[in-house]
Design a protein around this ligand. Structure first.
Ligand code: SF4
Length: 365
């Protein structure tokens, strides 16, 4: 558990995913989903390695067919973090994924063609110590099949239907005495998602994978997800988080950590203090901060070294060093150069083209 983790996690049960244990009092883990074609093992490996460098702790891949399932072994051999196979309907893909060494499968036991198939998957999971995530999404609820169009349900009713479906799926596993499962209850509607996760936490000891689904673009999706996730995490609900964004998957990782950092549940990377710029600004503050973040957050070692440090990038020398007095070190822009300061004390002048280099050197000290 990290030093900053102050909230008591609520799930009573713990689930092992590869080398990580989820639930209980363990840190909330960050995961992302690849958007490469899984059959293209090289492209998938490349993306997972980039996600690992960005701090991703669990990676999920889509497994739509047997070729994708057979690529898992090749992918697993080159990566360092637990891998999850996302499977819909076909239990044979689950069996092949397990054979290939997958660490977890996302599959709904109620949708894989009957009791014999469920038994086969559960038995293989037990033998290989592979947990299952049951994923209930509001848009594909079984109960919706009886409706023409959208039902006129309240958010509470939506949440109840989602929870009932999750419990029915979980029951199939419990009947076979299989308890190594997580559950996710997702919707693109913030309120429905939060209500469903809260209701589920009251009736089930299973750890939850939390997140909204189809949350939207980077900004809109991050804002919406932050509100939903903070409501859940503040109650100790959520063993692992995935922020669904229409963006480079690395940004799912950034967004998840920023939420966990703001809630003081995880430490990850520096705190960068930067001004909004104004009419006094003569330098590219936004470009500097963006370049700095890109450099730090694509290098696991730099992320580690910078964790806990406060770094300032300010637009002018008039107010910059004073307003960023709290920072461990930073730069305040002039014209083509800037003043380097440490704890509010000005040290020397640095040309703008060397700012990032200087900050990185300071992080590495
Ligand atoms: S630090 Fe300087 S440039 Fe930045 S907003 Fe304040 S006054 Fe403007």
């Amino acid at each position: 558990m990290t030093k900053t983790q102050s909230l008591i996690r609520q799930s009573k049960r713990q689930v092992k995913v590869g080398s990580l244990t989820l639930g209980g009092k363990n840190p909330v883990r960050v995961q992302a989903m690849c958007n490469t074609d899984t059959r293209n093992a090289q492209a998938t490996i490349k993306q997972i390695l980039a996600l690992e460098a960005a701090g991703c702790e669990i990676n999920r891949i889509a497994v739509p067919d047997m070729d994708a399932a057979k690529a898992i072994g090749k992918i697993k051999r080159k990566i360092h973090t637990p891998l999850v196979a996302d499977i819909h309907f076909d239990y044979k893909l689950a069996l092949e994924a397990i054979k290939q060494g997958i660490d977890k499968i996302r599959i709904n036991p109620g949708n894989i063609g009957g009791a014999d198939n469920v038994r086969a998957v559960v038995s293989a999971c037990k033998d290989a110590l592979v947990p299952i995530r049951i994923g209930v999404n509001a848009g594909s609820l079984k109960a919706l099949k009886t409706f023409n169009g959208k039902p006129n349900w309240s958010d509470k009713k939506w949440a109840e239907v989602m929870v009932n479906e999750a419990l029915a799926q979980a029951e199939l596993l419990e009947k076979l005495n299989f308890k190594q499962y997580l559950v996710s209850l997702k919707s693109d509607n913030l309120n429905r998602t939060v209500l469903a996760c809260e209701m589920f936490a009251k009736v089930s000891p299973a750890p939850q994978h939390i997140g909204l689904t189809e949350a939207g673009s980077f900004l809109a999706g991050t804002v919406k997800s932050s509100i939903a996730m903070s409501r859940l995490l503040a109650q100790g609900i959520g063993a692992t988080v995935r922020i669904s964004l229409t963006e480079d998957p690395k940004m799912q990782v950034r967004a998840a950590y920023e939420i966990l950092k703001a809630l003081k549940l995880r430490q990850f990377g520096p705190e960068i203090i930067s001004c909004p710029t104004c009419g006094r600004t003569q330098v590219d503050v936004a470009g500097t901060v963006k370049a700095l973040e890109e450099k730090i957050y694509s290098d696991k070692n730099l992320i580690k070294l910078a964790t806990g440090k406060k770094i300032a990038v300010m637009g002018c020398v008039v107010n910059g060093p004073g307003e960023a007095r709290d920072a461990d070190f930073g730069i305040a822009g002039g014209i083509g150069e800037g003043l380097w300061f440490e704890k509010g004390e000005i040290k020397n002048k640095i040309p703008q083209k060397l700012w990032i280099k200087k900050i990185i050197e300071e992080i590495k000290k």
